[in-house]
Design a binder for this molecule. Structure first.
Ligand code: HEM
Length: 350
């Protein structure tokens, strides 16, 4: 029996092979957005590989964490490369997850029957942000320590469950070694497990429904998934690998000073760039608004915004004339501009 027939007997792989041979991808004006999900997926895979390598040397205790990261950067063969690629990729992955979300939004890929693809995607975006937030603390440096203090304080402003949530995250009232070990557990076990499940569902649904076609007008042109689309996507992945390695070589990720919990917070503490729009908004809100604490109001607004992102497919109902879609596009454009504007302001006026 040939190897092909042997495998077919056990895995029924020819069905998958036939599926891939018949799969097509629409050729449209905005065809580039079909690459964004694949880019995010590639960056996630890089994170898995580099993260596993980092695990071999990283030690999650307040005493040893910073030292172990310095050791990775200075002593471990190619340790500096692996860690710098991991840190750069984390940032690019957040960027592309947002780009993919806005891309899917503006081509209206959330419409029936892709509602669950969108919802699972939104969950993946939140998980990606949680990866960034928890990973940031792991080198246990001054910036990360105080940014985590501020970040978890903001979580504490969530109405009703804020304080219990803060204690749960920190492992006590303060940011201590307990926080480090919790963040480590969340970063290397809980979030990867969640991602595997949600990403599995997301990719399954993408295969089930195929890629959406934004406009029904015009001739329905398409290209073969294998090899045309796969080769193009592979070229993009290669290009990104080049960008990542260049960034890691020219700008190795800094280790910073070891955190000193007894020291006072240095001036200009700011979270990672992708949280700056929220951080700056909270700074601009007056301390009391309509009898509510300003920070609480801001946190409620962001929770509502997250709920709106999740519920996009349920909120935007096309009315046939496409008016609902146009209103949604305007709201989406406002959201994107708001995030960009607030991020820039956050950097100009720390
Ligand atoms: C870890 C994060 C994510 C990964 C790895 C990922 C991966 C993918 C991949 C590989 C595709 C197929 C190619 C494409 O259409 O670009 C896809 C499609 C899709 N994704 Fe994601 N995704 C992620 C996050 C998101 C987010 C944040 C959203 C929106 C909230 C989203 C919504 C969608 C939708 C609606 C489609 C179908 C697109 C269509 O049919 O045209 N995804 N995703």
């Amino acid at each position: 029996m040939g190897i092909g027939a042997w495998l077919e007997d056990r895995l029924r792989w020819r069905a998958a092979d036939a599926f891939l041979r018949h799969k097509t991808v629409p050729v449209t004006r905005h065809g580039y957005v079909y690459y964004f999900g694949g880019i995010t997926l590639f960056l996630f895979l890089v994170q898995v590989v580099t993260g596993l390598l980092l695990l071999m040397y990283y030690r999650p205790t307040a005493d040893a964490a910073h030292e172990s990261v310095r050791f990775i950067m200075a002593r471990v063969q190619f340790g500096w490369l692996v860690r710098s690629v991991h840190s750069w990729t984390a940032n690019l992955m957040v960027f592309w997850a947002f780009a993919h979300m806005f891309g899917a939004f503006f081509v209206r890929a959330y419409r029936r029957p892709r509602e669950m693809t969108w919802i699972s995607g939104a969950l993946l975006l939140f998980i990606t942000l949680a990866f960034g937030f928890t990973g940031y603390l792991l080198p246990w440096n001054t910036l990360a320590y105080f940014a985590t203090k501020v970040g978890t304080e903001i979580v504490g402003a969530v109405p009703l469950i804020g304080h219990p949530l803060l204690v749960l995250l920190r492992g006590g009232e303060d940011v201590t070694e307990a926080t480090l070990s919790r963040f480590f557990g969340i970063h290397v076990a809980i979030l990867p497990a969640l991602t595997t499940m949600v990403l599995g569902l997301h990719l399954f649904l993408v295969q089930l429904h195929g890629m959406s076609r934004p406009d029904a007008r015009g001739p329905a042109r398409s290209m073969a998934f294998v090899p045309a689309f796969v080769l193009r996507e592979a070229m993009v992945w290669l290009l990104i690998t080049g960008v990542l390695v260049t960034l890691a070589v020219l700008l190795p990720w800094p280790v910073g000073e070891k955190a000193d919990p007894l020291a006072s917070a240095p001036a200009g503490i700011r979270p990672e760039w992708y949280f700056v729009f929220m951080f700056h908004t909270l700074k601009l809100i007056p301390s009391h608004v309509l009898g509510l604490e300003g920070e609480q109001l801001g946190v409620i607004a962001f929770m509502l915004a997250a709920a709106v992102v999740l519920a996009v497919p349920l909120l935007v109902r096309d009315d046939g004339a496409g008016r609902a879609s146009r209103v949604a596009a305007a709201v989406g454009a406002f959201g994107a501009l708001y995030m960009i504007g607030m991020t820039i302001l956050g950097y100009l006026r720390p």
